[in-house]
Design a binder for this molecule. Structure first.
Ligand SMILES: C[S@@+](CC[C@H](N)C(=O)[O-])C[C@H]1O[C@@H](n2cnc3c(N)ncnc32)[C@H](O)[C@@H]1O
Length: 251
């Protein structure tokens, strides 16, 4: 099993500038989904360089950003200092074994990371455990529809060997309900995806990048219809999907 830290320790600076991860539109989406309140204590799991934590921070009392990779948190600390964001703290830890007591947080958030987690039920169980009753978790992750997932899975694993699996929205809902959550909102949102930027986040070299582009452009049947790969001024664009989910822990 590849160590996720090997995938992220040398690319931390990319993630605080990434087109997707730092987009103000995408971060507003996080705030809209989470519906934060002034006094809230938030746990942002697999916070990386803190993009999601920073989006929620102005709306709440405090955010704790947790991540396995020390270097990602070092970048988050640097950005927090530059932007003078004072109500964020950083904790090294594992989404599947959270170092917090039961019923601690008003909001649990996780974005663009569960596809790395080996044990989805353990991570969702931990989300449920640390949330206060009658409060919500938000879960945002890549979530391609099935035929496209088969193509993208091969690409994802070669781009980043710590990729495990992207769940579909339906799979998400089943797992969350199994853990005791009531799913309040669940949608798959399609984006026009800049392939080159995506490869750039992981510093993928030109040779591997070209090989993986070929896999997407060679997609056939339903996968091709879903991915609709297209060259614009020589650069590859294709569809990419995220699940946007808000789930309620009953009171
Ligand atoms: C793409 S980055 C996260 C981006 C960030 N959530 C955002 O919204 O910008 C993925 C992060 O997941 C972290 N990660 C992967 N597996 C983890 C685990 N089991 N527990 C905690 N963090 C994990 C990695 O260290 C990495 O920083």
């Amino acid at each position: 099993m590849p160590d996720v830290r090997d995938s992220f320790r040398d690319v931390a600076a990319n993630y605080s500038k990434s087109t997707f991860h730092s987009s103000s539109t995408r971060l507003q989406e996080v705030v809209d989904l989470a519906q934060p309140k002034r006094g809230d204590l938030v746990l942002d799991v697999a916070t990386g360089t803190g993009n999601t934590a920073f989006a929620l921070a102005p709306h709440v009392r405090r955010v704790i950003g947790l991540d396995l990779t020390r270097e990602m948190l070092a970048e988050a600390r640097k950005v927090a200092a530059e932007r003078q964001i004072l109500n964020v703290d950083w904790v090294i830890g594992d989404a599947e074994r959270l170092p917090f007591q039961d019923d601690t947080f008003d909001i649990y958030s996780v974005r663009a990371a569960p596809h790395h987690f080996a044990n989805v039920d353990a991570f969702i169980g931990e989300a449920f455990r640390v949330l206060k009753p009658d409060r919500d978790g938000i879960f945002i992750d890549c979530a391609p529809p099935l035929p496209a997932r088969d193509v993208l899975h091969v690409v994802e694993v070669r781009r980043d060997p710590s990729h495990v699996l992207s769940l579909t929205v339906e799979e998400w809902v089943t797992r969350l309900e199994h853990a005791g959550f009531e799913v309040e909102a669940a949608e798959a949102r399609e984006l026009d995806w800049n392939y080159e930027d995506w490869m750039g986040n992981q510093n993928i070299g030109p040779e591997l990048s070209a090989q993986l582009a070929e896999l997407i452009e060679a997609a056939e049947g339903e996968a091709r219809v879903q991915l609709h790969p297209e060259r614009r001024e020589g650069k590859l664009w294709h569809a990419y999907w995220h699940a946007l989910i808000r789930a309620h822990k009953p009171g």
